[in-house]
Design a binder for this molecule. Structure first.
Ligand code: COS
Length: 385
């Protein structure tokens, strides 16, 4: 096994890095301030084939693997975590279909998602709390050729702009969430499916986060994934595969904040020399660099392991589940630590919107919360020993 990136992965990294610098970074602060979903960024990613990086070739993707997707998310998030979020959310919303869909479902949904012609969303979380998945209450009741869906999902990334949403609901409440839940692909425009509240967020402000409401919403029975009772297992395995991409977003935020504060420290003079020559500042930067590199190695290793495994409903090993949670958790904690220090290096300039580091700090926080809080990741890690 080769250790390190392949030539193709290095080329992908350098290409996306250039694209991000030239086309994503210039509008990032304005998009953050506006706090609106950016179709312009969707178009840019679509034109450059960045939605389908980890989709199989037979369904219109590049088949380049999870590590390639991680590289894309990292490079985009170095300049704008909201844009970095776009391929992360596309992967998350689509994974239940990739893992558990039958050939007809894959044929119907995947190619438009791989091309970025359509967007997807993942609807798991409910208002009662995002961590205890088995306790969620949305219901799906079989009636003839449909399941009638009722419930409300909260904090759904891209929920209002998505064409297909993978929704978790109870089909047999008596069996409880672990054995009595299922996942459905719900298409935009289905009767009884509407978008509720739009969240006004601290960070990743140009990614969309909404409430989704299902009121007597008839979903064709053919849209259930892998049959009744498979919901919890599908969603857990989806998260095992998707969490590293959040790690990549976090890593990108950390690396972007580090690069900015490093350059600043080389130029800013105090007490007659650049502040990087002051040990108090240089040790901070050294610790930031240390953590970023450690996070990157853990994340790349995790992606390299996961991308060799079949995307189906076979059970992952405890070691693989552990790696997935560790990489998300460590990258997110690194992003918080590094962005706080980046603000400190810039001092007052770190605290004002004229400079990007306060945005990096605001963007970093969500990576410790979504796709399973970092406390949940620690629960998962310890459950694997
Ligand atoms: N893959 C496959 N099966 C899994 C699994 C996984 N990753 N994790 C658990 N299971 C199985 C268990 O083996 C158990 O099966 P058996 O009943 O056959 O023994 C069953 O599922 C229940 O497992 P467990 O008791 O551990 O489930 P809990 O209800 O305690 O929940 C956690 C487990 C906390 C890990 C889960 O609810 C979770 O991941 N929560 C966070 C959700 C999240 O990320 N939300 C954010 C949404 S996206 S923004």
């Amino acid at each position: 096994m080769q250790y390190g990136l392949t030539e193709e992965q290095i080329l992908l990294r350098d290409t996306v890095r250039k694209l991000a610098k030239e086309k994503v970074e210039p509008g990032a602060a304005a998009r953050d301030q506006k706090g609106e979903f950016s179709w312009e960024m969707v178009g840019l990613l679509r034109e450059n084939g960045l939605f389908g990086v980890d989709f199989p070739e037979e369904h219109g993707g590049a088949g380049a693997g999870l590590l390639a997707l991680i590289i894309v998310c990292e490079e985009l998030s170095k300049v704008d975590a909201s844009t970095g979020m776009l391929p992360v959310a596309q992967e998350l919303g689509t994974l239940p279909i990739l893992l558990a869909g039958n050939p007809d479902q894959k044929k119907k949904f995947l190619s438009a998602l791989a091309a970025g012609e359509k967007l997807s969303a993942f609807a798991l979380t409910e208002a009662s709390g995002g961590s205890d998945v088995a306790a969620f209450r949305s219901r799906a009741v079989k009636k003839g050729d449909s399941y009638v869906l009722n419930g409300t999902k909260t904090f759904i990334t891209n929920g209002g702009v998505a064409d297909t949403v993978t929704v978790y609901a109870l089909t047999d409440p008596a069996k409880g969430g672990h054995k009595g839940s299922s996942v459905f692909v719900v298409e935009k425009g289905t009767k009884g499916f509407s978008v509720g509240k739009h969240e006004d967020k601290l960070g990743i402000r140009s990614s969309e986060t909404v409430e989704l409401i299902f009121e007597d919403c008839p979903v064709p029975a053919e849209n259930i994934l892998a049959g009744e009772g498979m919901g919890f297992a599908i969603m857990m395995k989806t998260l095992d595969f998707s969490r590293p991409a959040v790690g990549a977003q976090a890593l990108g935020i950390a690396a972007g904040a580090f690069e900015y504060s490093l350059n600043y420290a080389k130029e800013r003079v105090a007490f007659g020399k650049p502040i990087i020559a002051q040990q108090g500042v240089s040790f901070k930067l050294a610790d930031m660099a240390l953590n970023i590199e450690a996070a990157r190695q853990l994340l790349y290793k995790t992606a390299s392991v996961l991308q060799e495994l079949p995307k189906d409903m076979s059970r992952l090993s405890p070691e693989t589940i552990r790696l997935s949670s560790m990489s998300k958790c460590f990258c997110a904690d690194t992003a918080m630590r590094v962005t706080v220090e980046a603000v400190q290096v810039l001092g007052g300039y770190g605290y004002v919107k004229e400079y990007p580091v306060e945005r990096y700090l605001r963007d970093a926080k969500i990576t410790q919360i979504y796709e399973g809080t970092n406390e949940i990741q620690r629960v998962v890690i310890m459950s694997t020993y």
